[in-house]
Design a binder for this molecule. Structure first.
Ligand SMILES: [Zn+2]
Length: 105
């Protein structure tokens, strides 16, 4: 078995934010796993690709390192599907019995 890589480096979901009026972007850690505070990590400016800045970084508080990355997005899709279902139900509900309904794409 391969050794797990850096087991003490937690994954942290970040959100992208841009300074108003500039092309300077930041990745925002809403809650640091070490200190619980919000941290900002420079995501480059202008032409540089902010996604290149994702990965392992040192926490701003200096208490450790974490891996910043985008949060998974299945939630949004599920919500939308739930809405569709609800809408369909409102139209009579008969279509809800079709099993293929859950096989979207
Ligand atoms: Zn911290």
């Amino acid at each position: 078995m391969a050794k797990p890589k850096a087991p003490r480096v937690p994954d942290v979901a970040v959100a992208f934010r841009e300074l108003p009026g500039t092309s300077v972007g930041f990745w925002v850690v809403s809650a640091c796993p070490f200190c619980g505070a919000q941290h900002f990590h420079a995501a480059g400016a202008g032409k540089s690709d902010p996604f290149e800045k994702l990965g392992e970084v040192e926490a701003r508080c200096g208490q450790g390192r974490y891996v910043i990355g985008l949060p998974p997005k299945p939630k949004r899709k599920k919500e939308r599907r739930a809405e569709n279902k609800r809408a369909r139900k409102a139209q009579g509900g008969a279509l809800d019995d079709i099993i293929l309904d859950d096989w979207d794409e």
